[in-house]
Design a protein around this ligand. Sequence first.
Ligand code: URA
Length: 171
Amino acid sequence: RRAAVAARAARAGSLDELRAAVADCTACGLCASRTQTVFMDGTGSRGVVFVGEAPGEQEDRTGVPFVGPAGQLLTDIVTKGMGLHREEVAIANVLKCRPPGNRDPRPEEKAICTPWLERQLELLGARVLIPLGKHASGHLLGTPDASMGSMRGRSHQRPDGTQVIPTYHPA
Ligand code: URA
């Protein structure tokens, strides 16, 4: 199923096409309980992409990532801390669907969903990825068991040249 997602993602030539393909995804069981998929917010025009773990209840309801209480803090970090408009960064999640009851994403769910995220980052032309929290950070760095303390506080480089700067999850 991951291969099918990867093939479908590769055929998407734009973020709009990718968003539509994601909205149709039934590759894992989360499609049965979601209200809708949550693709991303913002334009990423600064080359910066925040990556959370998975949509929560309010995100599942609205279709927009980080709109709940954690989202308010993230908006403050972007606007007050970084001096950018929220629309200038892109905000996405490793998973595009809400796990029921906000349980942790399962490894196979992340594996199946990752080609969507990787194509999304490619189409965005992302230069700097800021994973939020231990799960997203370990996922993007390929070190799922690493502690937040060991990943945070420095910039990592991925093989494709993008920088990864892990930070705490705003929740
Ligand atoms: N937490 C996340 O990791 N992602 C969201 O979209 C909302 C809360």
